[in-house]
Design a protein around this ligand. Structure first.
Ligand code: 4AD
Ligand code: MG
Length: 434
């Protein structure tokens, strides 16, 4: 006989083998209960003294919570039990005994703080809620791939050990690379533009991103998973926003369909977006001012402003999402294209979901001389960035793209308090373990 998952068992399944972790153990004089947990759910194992052998009845006393056991038993209908059945064992194998007490309570009876949970993450991940969370993350990952694949984008994997970046230099992690200085990649920006110029036209990458930001917030990590895409022959940045809209629709409708059971554990209602409002940042400043939040002309939206903006668009447009467009050039990297009639602006946007930025994108400047001049304005010397400069010298179409944080998508989707809950083993300025 083969082991079955708990979710496969019905009250008339007869003899079965189930295996998993001892979630609960209740020992009374005449009866003993084990709540068994596997990746699909919980099941009650019941041992009435009169119905099982003395040897088996006594064996259970040596079990501890979180031990791994294999149960050979008979399924019986039991209206009062959690799934309408319970299992009376004939034999139980103790596969791996857990030391007691376990260092983290995962019964849900005592709330553990996030730091302890992360210290003992593999135990923390055993809860059904965390199992569900990472199934949702896995399905999100798959939905992204399916979406770009359906549009015939090429998946690329670019180097994470680099000699330089094009974003702000302060956020780079320096590493020793034999006798040279190197950096961990803070964005696939250069390479995705390179692959557009390589003739792939439409590329996407899901991969690690490193940021040496000493930020202690509920939305910053030093290592996260980026979802980036870049495409050639666009009309302008609106083409990029159109693709993003399609991506979000696809992700959210897929999760609603494929993770119905898992979503219930998070008490969130997912809404598939229709048309996402696109509002120039200058307009947004006015909207915020009306609500008492002043953002000076050339400043970025701070966390408070993003949150307030989230509320405003929910109220005004009944949308959880908003594109904030036309950022001033002073706030954007040198490679963002300027609109024809606005030398202080850029063809760029941020995407805000429920009050937090989840993506930044733009049309890129592909005309070498203009790019070089824009670099100069920002103190960037394109002549010193030979690999990047070359992209634009030998035939490069107009193009644009965006970078998302997968962890932020999952955080916003499930309304998690802290981004660190959205990935397996988070890294922040203090945390390097486990
Ligand atoms: O806004 P960012 O820095 O933009 C770029 O990297 C550009 N190269 C993208 C482009 O194609 N123009 O990063 C993109 C996204 C952010 O919107 C956010 O979702 C996520 O990456 N992100 C972070 N997530 C977690 N922790 C951090 N420290 C993050 N920094 C950025
Ligand atoms: Mg950004």
């Amino acid at each position: 006989m083969e082991r079955k998952y708990i979710s496969e068992i019905k009250s008339d399944s007869g003899k079965v083998i189930v295996g998993g972790w001892v979630s609960e153990l209740r020992i009374f004089g005449g009866i003993k209960f084990i709540v068994l947990r596997d990746r699909t759910g919980l099941a009650q194992i019941v041992l009435p003294k009169k119905e099982v052998s003395k040897e088996l009845f006594d064996l259970v006393d040596s079990f501890s919570k979180e031990s791994v056991i294999l149960v050979h038993g008979l399924v019986k209908k039991a209206e009062q039990a959690m799934n309408g059945f319970e299992i009376v064992p004939e034999k139980i194998e103790l596969i791996s005994k857990a030391e007691a007490p376990i260092p983290l309570d995962i019964s849900g009876k005592i709330e553990s703080d996030l730091s302890s949970r992360l210290d003992w993450r593999f135990l923390d991940l055993r809860t059904l809620k965390n199992n569900a969370l990472f199934k949702i993350r896995s399905k999100t990952f798959k939905a992204v791939i399916d979406y770009f694949d359906s549009l015939d984008f090429t998946a690329i994997q670019t180097p994470k050990i680099t000699s330089a970046g094009v974003e702000s230099g302060a956020e780079l992690f320096e590493i020793k690379y034999f006798d040279k200085k190197a950096f961990l990649s803070q964005s696939p920006q250069i390479y995705k533009q390179m692959m557009v110029a390589a003739g792939f036209e439409k590329v996407y990458e899901i991969g690690p991103i490193f940021r040496a930001e000493k930020s202690h917030t509920t939305r910053h990590l030093t290592e996260f998973t980026g979802v980036d895409f870049e495409m050639g022959f666009i009309k302008d940045e609106s083409t990029v926003m159109d693709i993003i809209e399609g991506m979000l629709k696809h992700i959210i409708s897929s999760i609603k369909k494929e993770c119905e059971k898992e979503l219930k554990l998070f008490e969130v209602e997912l809404i598939v977006p229709t048309k996402i409002p696109r509002i120039p940042i200058q307009e947004i400043r006015k909207m915020l001012k009306e609500k008492g939040k002043i953002i000076p002309e050339n400043d970025d939206l701070d966390a408070e402003a993003e949150e307030l903006l989230g509320k405003i668009v929910k109220e005004k447009f009944n949308s959880e999402f908003v594109f904030a467009t036309n950022y001033p050039f002073t706030k954007r990297p040198f490679y963002h294209m300027k609109p024809e009639n606005d030398s202080n602006g850029t063809r760029s946007f941020d995407l805000i979901w429920n009050g937090v930025e989840i993506a930044t994108g733009a049309q890129r400047e592909h005309r070498y001389e203009i790019l070089k001049a824009q670099g100069k304005e920002k103190g960037v010397n394109l002549d010193e960035m030979k690999d990047y400069a070359a992209i634009f010298k030998y035939g490069c179409p107009p193009h644009g793209g965006v970078g998302f944080g997968l962890d932020r998508i999952v955080q916003r989707m499930l309304k998690l308090e802290n981004i660190k809950e959205a990935l397996l083993l988070p890294r922040d300025p203090e945390r390097l373990n486990p």
